[in-house]
Design a protein around this ligand. Structure first.
Ligand code: PGA
Length: 253
């Protein structure tokens, strides 16, 4: 049985007070309404991590994650936040290689690879994002792009390291656009990712690793996306900012 995960990526939204309110609403709803076998991850901005970590401390259903980490251990990197720091405030997860980081902050596969390794070395679970642009899909290059993102940023890992990673397939054209991938497109790519992992690392690992879908996933379309054999949950942006919508997504399995 693979872990089912729904993670809320708040991006650069909410002030601290608003973040605490959102987190406590989600926590209360999840505690009352959600089955034990689903892991919920709240991924607020860095400034909120400690406070929200305190709020959810000891809660088995709700965990904490960060949106990014530095590609260096420590030192003179003004403005950066390290994997060790993130771990030290109680986070269990960190998003790595989100398309906004790749495109707006020019992070390439080698930077993403570095971050994955650092996250793992500080016992954080990397949520490794991959996804193609609209042009790449229209030109029929989507499988090739995902394959190279996996090859170049993930496939240097040993088996026991990859075992700890969560993958999120997030087509760039679907993020924040309201254009969700169809259930068919999501399943097709998730299956491709799983098969690619199987060829390199074997069936057991491929069948264990959770693959989440992200990109305009909401309370209306989550059910038909999560119903697919290779879709193990979601990485939710916009719809994670409203506690009711987010909790309804969590209940969509
Ligand atoms: P979205 O964002 O749900 O707002 O499309 C998803 C993400 O970027 O993780």
């Amino acid at each position: 049985m693979r872990k089912k995960i729904v993670a809320g990526n708040w991006k650069m939204n909410t002030d601290f007070k608003g973040g605490l309110k959102l987190a406590s609403e989600v926590m209360n709803m999840v505690n009352d309404e959600v089955m034990d076998d689903i892991q919920v991850v709240l991924i607020p901005p860095f400034t909120h991590l400690f406070g929200i970590g305190q709020l959810i401390k000891g809660n088995k259903k709700v965990s904490l994650g960060a949106q990014n980490c530095a590609a260096h251990i420590s030192g003179a990197y003004t403005g950066e936040v390290s994997a060790e720091m993130i771990r030290s405030v109680g986070a269990d997860y960190v998003i790595v290689g989100h398309s906004e980081r790749r495109h707006l902050f020019k992070e390439d596969n080698s930077v993403v690879e570095e971050k994955v390794k650092l996250a793992l070395s500080y016992s954080l679970i990397p949520i490794f994002c991959c996804g193609e642009s609209l042009d790449e899909r229209n030109n029929g290059r989507h499988f090739q792009i995902i394959n190279s993102q996996l090859e170049e940023a993930l496939f240097e890992l040993e088996k026991d390291e990859l075992l700890k990673v969560v993958i999120a397939y997030e087509p760039v054209w679907a993020i924040g656009t309201g254009k969700t991938a169809s259930p068919y497109q999501a399943q097709e790519m998730h299956h491709f990712i799983r098969t690619t992992i199987k060829e390199k690392y074997g069936e057991d690992l491929a069948n264990t690793i959770p693959i989440l879908y992200g990109g305009s996933c909401n309370a209306k379309n989550a059910k038909e996306l999560f119903a697919n054999a290779d879709v193990d949950g979601g990485l939710i942006g916009g719809a994670s900012l409203k506690s009711r919508d987010f909790t309804d997504i969590v209940k969509s399995f």
